[in-house]
Design a protein around this ligand. Structure first.
Ligand code: GDP
Length: 453
């Protein structure tokens, strides 16, 4: 058990019907008993775990508030330590004063993520589950929530554990073989060993392949809406956001700068920038806008390039196509309510969607194209999806270990050489789930949590 008893506000700071202050550590119940007095006269120390008492918070003779104290006894608590959660009225001052009183009675301020870090150190959770908690709290759409729920429910840990177990068994057979080279060792015949490595390789590859799509669902994607003036960029943006964010006029060049907005299209949050129309201009203010639009193209993860389907394409359109042809681009052929005059063969190498943004037509087709290009269409948010760059790096290391082991085996290297590669893969997986991880990595992970988690 950690020596310090820590306390923090576990609910959002602001006006709310209740606010929760959480205390965890060896002295949690003793400290709570100094400030909380049950109307029944019972001491919290005498309560069983998972039992609550109703009473009041008192600073000497002064009553601060009515409160409910909920007691958890180690190891059956979130952190694995003794925990008391005190609920009071959720005002900013009220919660602050109660926390101060608890600190004055012997608790110390919890560091960011310290409750969850203690849960990890006390074996209540592995790292993939702990990392999913941030996602559970910050989810802004259903897909984000499902991704984090799946990891929190252990889907990712279980898949990794399966790979890990077969590799550990292989490593054990290899060391048995090194000790007794003349004996037949179960599982160490070339065929079953290669099959096991191939299976592990496939599972890791699948996991890594879904990482980018999962990341786009979790974090959204920087999206630039580009195109000449007057092709309908602002109207497309309004169609996506569902409200009049950009200024739409008939005068070409009205969007002079980059307008930022965030919209959710299907499962994906697009961080949109409706850029100034990209075209040749002598107007210096417009030139600045065009420059920013160009740099936005360079940094965006997704380009929605809008063309006016009702006009023949001109040199500005062809210049834009040239600029975006290597990028993650969807071509929007807008104004489909008018007769098509653009030469559509210019778009043959791109994913295209026809829209009439003015009439709101084409939204579903555009949403499907965005899901397709981002790879999220085929992602099952309830499956084992890696949730952080740290996890991706560990999985990639494990994969290169497994592949190297397989190649070494096939090319007839010594079994010891194969064993070294298997050991590398196992070490990477143990780091992924946190079974073998340095303090620095743990500190880094939990530092990103906020106080109270
Ligand atoms: P931007 O300069 O590219 O941002 O273009 P706007 O969104 O400001 O639109 C320019 C003009 O085209 C406005 O008069 C819009 O009403 C019109 N417009 C936009 N989308 C469509 C469309 O799908 N069909 C038709 N007929 N007009 C459109």
């Amino acid at each position: 058990m950690a020596e310090k008893t820590i306390a923090a506000v576990a609910s959002p700071i602001g006006e709310a019907s209740i606010g929760v202050i959480r205390i965890s550590g060896e002295k949690a119940i003793e400290i709570a008993d100094k400030v909380f007095f049950a109307f029944s006269g019972e001491r919290l120390a005498d309560l069983e775990g998972y039992k609550a008492a109703y009473g009041e918070i008192k600073d000497g003779e002064t009553t601060l508030d009515d409160a409910v104290a909920l007691v958890f006894k180690a190891p059956k608590s979130y952190t694995g330590e003794d925990v008391v959660e005190i609920s009071v009225h959720g005002g900013r001052l009220m919660v602050r004063n109660v926390l101060r009183l608890i600190l004055a009675n012997g608790a110390e301020n919890a560091a960011p993520g310290e409750f969850t870090k203690r849960a990890f150190l006390n074996g209540k959770t592995d790292l993939t589950k702990a990392e999913s908690i941030m996602g559970l709290i910050s989810a802004e759409n259903d897909a984000q929530l499902r991704l984090s729920r799946a990891a929190h429910n252990g889907v990712l840990s279980e898949k990794i554990a399966k790979i890990e177990q077969s590799l550990i068994a292989a490593a054990a057979s290899i060391s048995a073989y090194s000790d007794y080279p003349d004996e037949d060792i179960e599982g160490l015949d070339n065929e079953s060993f290669t099959a096991m490595l191939c299976e592990a390789e496939t599972a890791l590859k699948q996991m890594l392949a879904s990482y980018d799509a999962g990341r786009i669902i979790r974090e959204g994607i920087d999206t630039a809406i580009v195109g000449k003036p007057n092709v309908g960029k602002s109207t497309v943006m309004n169609m996506l956001s569902g409200w009049e964010r950009s200024i739409v006029t008939d005068i070409a060049g009205t969007t002079r700068d980059v307008v930022e907005d965030t919209v959710t299209v299907g499962d994906i949050v697009l961080r949109l920038a409706d850029t100034a129309g990209i075209h040749e201009t002598a107007d210096t203010v417009e030139q600045l806008g065009v420059q920013r639009a160009n740099s936005r193209i360079d940094t965006a993860g997704l380009i929605l390039a809008v063309f006016d389907g009702s006009s023949p394409l001109d040199s500005d359109d062809y210049a834009l196509l040239e600029k975006i042809k290597e990028l993650n681009t969807i071509i929007i052929i807008n104004k489909s309510d008018l007769s098509i005059k653009a030469d559509l063969s210019a778009f043959k190498d791109f994913i295209t969607v026809e829209t009439s943004a003015k009439l709101g037509d084409g939204y579903d087709r555009l949403a499907a194209a965005i899901a397709e290009i981002c790879g999220t269409g085929n992602l099952d948010p309830d499956s084992a999806v890696l949730l952080s760059e740290r996890q991706r790096v560990c999985a990639a290391k494990a994969l290169s270990g497994v592949t190297a082991a397989k190649d070494a085996l096939i090319s007839g290297c010594t079994i010891d050489a194969v064993g070294v590669c298997v050991d590398d893969a196992v070490a990477a997986l143990l780091e992924l789930t946190g079974k073998r991880v340095t303090n620095e990595v743990t500190d880094e992970i939990f530092r990103r949590f906020c106080v109270g988690k």
